[in-house]
Ligand binder design. Structure first.
Ligand SMILES: Cc1cc2nc3c(=O)[nH]c(=O)nc-3n(C[C@H](O)[C@H](O)[C@H](O)COP(=O)(O)OP(=O)(O)OC[C@H]3O[C@@H](n4cnc5c(N)ncnc54)[C@H](O)[C@@H]3O)c2cc1C
Length: 383
């Protein structure tokens, strides 16, 4: 390949999408990752990810989500594969909780369709769910799940079809600006030069973006699959993805659609880790207990046989919102970092935003609220 115009560093959920967007614009692009396609060492593995639009985290994400939906559908058409399953999402909790109040606010602000369900309406519609008399439910019919590894493979496949080149099993040890471009060095002693650079390093942002001055915390998280005998939890019988805000925390999961059964995890909590390369992949007894207690209380007919366990990494920004911007040291470098455990559903549109920022120097997407400026303006947040 002649010298690339753009290098994309990190080919996980976000980087694979950026690679596709850049290649689709006819640019010579090289993608680099230290692991093979669709690997399980970062943050984009474990079969499924929830996708939804009535976004309790902040209403400003909703326009981006609409664009993300459009790109996921286009990707499905490009690779001729189903990646998104629109099974809906049941969200349950107290009306005053962050989830229910945030979903209502986002839905009202942006006209996202949600159905209000009180406890008496939840029980007959979701017979496998136990709720308290004061709980409310909000059902979002447009929500569902993405097949996470398949999405990464699909973006990489589509990118290569559009002319992208990739190098895996290569660790980038650093990047530098030169007057004519940006240089990336690898652990194999190679040097790659390009006009522009996109950084999507996930849990390794501390290595490549440490000079931003924003502290990113990496958390170890667990995913659990349980066998289900009860037909109430089967996708085929109308069970949907779910998210519960209960006094113990926020728990979420997916309906049973294969022999692994129902998948469940806790969104809150997580164990801080220092080195994303050295993470125990074993279950954690305390996490096991919390998830089991949640199931026993709210999904009480789920069996006790765990069919699979996986660990995965969240990279938390100080305010738990994404960082998406051009690098203050070199405006030819764009980055996405600190996706804070809720970024995968956006990967398709983050790829567009990163291509815009790197190639055009700005984006028409409404991404200002995710810029680095919010930390630079509030030095108290910088550490
Ligand atoms: C358990 C769990 C559940 C989640 N659930 C949801 C959900 O339901 N919905 C949702 O929207 N989001 C969810 N998320 C969050 C979402 O999955 C992540 O935000 C997203 O996958 C992060 O993508 P990424 O591209 O930033 O990171 P990754 O996919 O990890 O990609 C980073 C890539 O960079 C590479 N890399 C880093 N440094 C270097 C280097 N120096 N040299 C070469 N390569 C390098 C890595 O090898 C890796 O491939 C969940 C996350 C976890 C862990």
């Amino acid at each position: 390949m002649a010298q690339p115009e753009v290098i994309v560093l990190g080919l996980g959920g976000v980087g694979s999408a950026a690679l596709h967007h850049v290649a689709s614009r006819g640019k010579r692009v090289l993608g680099i990752d230290r692991f093979p396609d669709g690997h399980d060492r970062g943050s984009s593995h474990g079969q499924t990810r929830v996708i939804r639009q009535a976004y309790f985290e902040h209403p400003d994400y909703v326009p981006l989500l609409r664009e993300a939906y459009r790109w996921w559908h286009r990707l499905e058409a490009t690779v001729d594969e189903r990646l998104f399953h629109q099974v809906g999402l049941l969200q349950v909790g107290s009306p005053e909780g962050v989830v229910i109040s945030g979903v209502r606010q986002a839905a009202q602000t942006h006209g996202v369709e949600i159905e209000e369900l009180d406890a008496d309406a939840i029980r007959p519609r979701f017979p496998g769910v136990a709720v308290g008399a004061d709980d409310v439910g909000l059902f979002e019919p447009q929500a569902g799940y993405l097949m996470v590894e398949r999405c990464v493979h699909a973006h990489l496949r589509a990118a290569r079809q559009a002319g992208a080149q990739t190098l895996t099993d290569r660790q980038a040890v650093g990047w530098e600006s030169t007057p004519t471009g940006v240089v990336v060095r690898t652990d194999g002693g190679e040097t790659f030069c390009a006009d522009r650079l996109i950084l999507a390093p996930g849990a390794w942002a501390g290595d490549l973006l440490g000079d931003l001055g924003v502290q990113l915390r990496v958390l170890r998280k667990h995913l659990h699959w349980y066998a289900v005998d009860d037909s109430a939890y089967q996708q085929a019988n109308g069970f949907s993805t779910f998210m519960f805000e209960v006094p113990e925390g926020i728990f979420y999961g997916f309906p049973a659609f294969d022999s692994l059964g129902l998948k469940v995890a806790e969104h809150t909590g997580g164990e801080r880790i220092d080195d994303p390369l050295n993470v125990s992949r074993s279950p954690d007894p305390e996490d096991d207990r919390r998830v089991r207690d949640f199931l026993d209380c709210y999904l009480p007919y789920v069996g006790t046989e765990r069919t699979r366990h996986a660990t995965c990494l969240y990279t938390m920004s100080p305010d738990e919102h994404f960082l998406l911007d051009r690098h203050p040291r070199d405006e030819r470098v764009a980055f996405a970092a600190g996706l804070s455990g809720h970024g995968f559903k956006f990967a398709s549109v983050l790829g567009q935003a990163l291509a815009d920022l790197a190639i055009d120097g700005g984006s028409e997407l409404p991404i200002d609220f995710l810029s680095l400026r919010r930390f630079q303006d509030r030095s108290a947040v910088n550490v």
